[in-house]
Design a protein around this ligand. Structure first.
Ligand code: FES
Ligand code: MG
Length: 585
């Protein structure tokens, strides 16, 4: 009944239909295969539509609650179209959606849950390859971590940025302008009418944030890694080019199965280094540090904070996109998108490596040009010669911390000031505006209890608010230090991801009001100016805070989460080991 070779098996296929993973479920003369085939008939497909075709799972993070993915329900139909055209058999799997705006305490708590769901669905079902549909912040790393661990061929379909926002003749960037105008409101510069209009203008179409936030950063990283089709990551969600890219991705997934190209064949150390270079040239989100380290861990690739710092020192920022620059993703797309940016970087990349398109990265970007050199700068005229990221060490961050110098006031990159410490977000919110704290523009604001375990989930609290009385006096940046993350759409002199975090006894837990802290970005140092004997005394008196969870996923999370410098994966997911294929009989 199963044809020897599918009529549409492409030239160059290295697998025959009977070697497909799904054939273990569907072919042969035994009870289970017969049962599985009968259930495909129940799905409404005849043997001629199914037998011998690669099964492509479309993992879709669409949900009514996720405005960034609201178009993916329909877009999956275009992926299916492509899979059918290439002779595959598409099956859509709804998977957990992680909506950056709505999910509390933070979707970061659930990145590893979606990664686990992705891996286990791919492993336990008769699947030969996957199309992964995501884009809103954590969905991209989660889907790719799971697909890498499952070890199947996969193509990533980025959700695409939303259209640019508008307000009274200016353009608005989601996230970035939210922070900006909220500060204007706190400073008394705008009122209720303006806010009501801004509410409607900040995000006005399907798609992920259209600034260079975590979503645009991570989908661009996916493209640079080679797991999307070329140019895919910047196509606006509502552009008809997005439909065509989706169909094309479906076709490619089928080809990858026949050629037995697994996602881990593409995700090499060279690919990760190029993704780091890309993120830095984009002036991308600091969250990419955590996600790329975690993704590399799933691929058995060594990638450390030191790699980021080394790459940052040689990588100019070329993308003039908010929050670091002036434009938005729609402009970036019009200027040529990521291939145009990668073409500028040329010699900094490993161009001779495979991608899901079948071409090498070099072939993919050959001839790509910037059509607007204000948006995608040439190497000779960067937005900044470096400064996309700096990794700091010192007695306050023994395992490292990060800062995004281009998002900071240059005058604060070398600064010593007295600490004012907040124990958790609620404490900070309650007291930060109180003039009695004596906070001045020189103060170093410290937030602790906001790390992977303490947050929990390492929420994006790292852009601590400037006290209102300072805002009114025109202060718009201060040195801030925390074990939290920061939204990719945020900005400021914010030292983030301090590791180890305070909740597990990192030195951040020992800081007291009035201690002097020195930030020295040029020397890559973060120093608590308190002597070792005093610190030892404080450490002896330190009591660990009580855990957040007694039961449920939160307890599992708290037990297994790793610190920021190693990517906040679960230790049991990132370690190597045996992974038995299920026996479909
Ligand atoms: Fe989804 Fe910003 S809220 S990408
Ligand atoms: Mg975000």
């Amino acid at each position: 009944r199963t044809p020897e070779r599918s009529p549409r098996t492409p030239e160059g296929a290295t697998l025959a239909p009977e070697q497909l993973r799904s054939a273990r479920w569907f072919s042969g003369d035994h009870l289970r295969a017969f049962s599985h085939r009968s259930r495909v008939r129940q799905l409404g497909y005849g043997p001629e539509e199914h037998a011998g075709r690669p099964v492509i799972a479309i993992l879709n993070t669409w949900s009514d609650i996720n405005p960034c993915h609201m178009h993916l329900r329909e877009r999956a139909e275009q992926v299916k179209r492509g899979v059918w055209q290439a002779g595959g058999f598409p099956l859509e799997f709804p998977v957990a959606t992680l909506s950056e705006t709505f999910q509390k305490p933070t979707p970061m708590l659930y990145r590893n849950l979606l990664a686990m769901e992705t891996e286990e669905l791919l492993r336990s079902y008769p699947v030969d390859g996957a199309v992964l549909m995501g884009g809103c912040d954590k969905t991209t790393p989660a889907l790719l971590m799971g697909a890498a661990s499952a070890g199947l061929p996969a193509v990533f379909v980025p959700a695409g940025p939303m259209l640019r926002g508008h307000w009274r003749g200016t353009t608005l960037g989601s996230g970035t302008d939210l922070w900006k105008y909220w500060d204007d409101k706190r400073a008394g510069l705008i009122g209720e009418c303006e806010l009501a209009e801004l509410e409607c203008g900040l995000a006005r179409s399907p798609g992920h944030c259209m600034t260079m936030g975590t979503a645009s950063t991570m989908t661009a990283a996916a493209e640079a890694l080679g797991v999307t089709l070329p140019g895919a990551s910047s196509i606006p969600a509502v552009d008809s080019g997005h439909h065509r890219m989706a169909a094309d991705s479906g076709r490619r997934a089928v080809e990858l199965v026949w050629r037995d190209t697994k996602v881990t064949d593409i995700l090499t150390r060279e690919a990760f280094l190029d993704a780091v270079t890309t993120v830095l040239a984009l002036g991308g989100s600091t969250n990419a540090v955590i996600h790329l380290v975690a993704m590399a861990g799933r691929c058995g690739v060594e990638l450390s904070l030191d790699d980021f710092d080394a790459v940052a020192r040689r990588t100019p920022v070329l993308a003039n996109v908010r929050p670091g620059g002036a434009h938005l993703m729609e402009d970036f797309h019009r200027a040529g998108g990521l291939p145009a940016l990668l073409a500028q970087l040329g010699g900094l990349l490993h161009t001779d490596r495979p991608t899901v398109s079948g071409a090498t990265l070099g072939e993919q970007i050959a001839g790509a040009a910037s059509h607007d050199e204000d948006v995608i700068r040439p190497l000779a005229d960067p937005l900044s010669p470096e400064g996309g990221l700096a990794v700091l060490h010192g007695n306050l961050a023994p395992d490292g911390a990060v800062i995004k110098p281009i998002a900071a006031d240059p005058a604060l990159l070398g600064h010593t000031g007295p600490a004012v410490v907040f124990d958790g977000y609620e404490h900070m919110q309650a007291v930060v505006d109180d003039p009695a704290l004596g906070i001045t523009a020189d103060t170093v604001l410290v937030l602790r209890g906001a790390g992977p375990v303490g947050g929990p989930g390492m929420p994006e609290y790292g852009m601590l608010p400037i006290p209102a009385h300072l805002l009114e006096r025109g202060v718009r940046d201060m040195v801030r230090v925390s074990d939290a993350r920061m939204s990719g759409t945020s900005y400021g002199t914010c030292v983030l991801h301090v590791a180890p975090e305070s909740h597990v006894g990192g030195p951040l837990s020992l800081v007291r009001d009035g201690d002097r802290i020195t930030l020295d970005v040029a020397a890559r140092r973060l120093t608590l100016r308190v002597d070792d004997t005093e610190l030892a005394r404080r450490r002896a008196a330190w009591k660990p805070p009580s855990p957040h969870f007694d039961r449920d996923y939160g307890a599992l999370y708290a037990e297994h989460i790793t610190q920021a410098d190693t990517g906040c994966d679960f230790a049991f997911l990132s370690r190597p080991g045996r992974d038995p294929e299920p026996n479909p009989r």
